[in-house]
Design a protein around this ligand. Structure first.
Ligand SMILES: [Zn+2]
Length: 105
C-alpha cells in the first residue's frame, strides 16, 4: 500500500458514494425502469466533477442491455424546467395513445 489512494477508501466528500479513485463525486438517488418493455434503467444521481469550483449537478444515466451506459450532467437550476417539459411531453404522449404498460400480458 504505497500508493496515495486506497482503492477502498471512502471519499472525503461527505455525500459521495464513490470509493477509491474517481473523477466524479456521485450520490446515487434513484433507479427507474424507464424504457419500453422495461428494457432500460434510468438512474438519477447527484454528481460533481472532481475539479476546483465544480458545481453539484443532477446526473441522469441510461443503461440498456444493448448499449453501454450514457450519462448526462444537468445544471441543478435547469432541472425543474426539464421536468415540466418531460411531464408535458408524457401527458401528450398518453393523450395520443402512448405505451400502455403490460399491454399484452
Ligand atoms: Zn467522491
Amino acid at each position: 500500500m504505497t500508493g496515495p489512494v486506497d482503492r477502498n477508501a471512502a471519499c472525503s466528500v461527505k455525500w459521495c458514494d464513490e470509493t477509491g479513485t474517481h473523477t466524479v463525486h456521485r450520490k446515487y438517488l434513484a433507479s427507474v425502469k424507464g424504457g419500453l418493455r422495461d428494457g432500460g434503467l434510468v438512474g438519477v444521481n447527484l454528481a460533481q466533477r472532481v475539479q476546483p469550483r465544480a458545481s453539484v449537478c443532477v446526473e441522469v444515466t441510461v443503461t440498456t442491455p444493448w448499449a453501454s451506459t450514457a450519462d448526462y450532467l444537468f445544471a441543478a437550476a435547469s432541472v425543474p424546467e426539464i421536468t415540466s417539459a418531460l411531464t408535458e411531453a408524457a401527458e401528450r404522449a398518453t393523450e395520443l395513445g402512448g405505451t400502455v404498460r403490460n399491454q399484452r400480458d
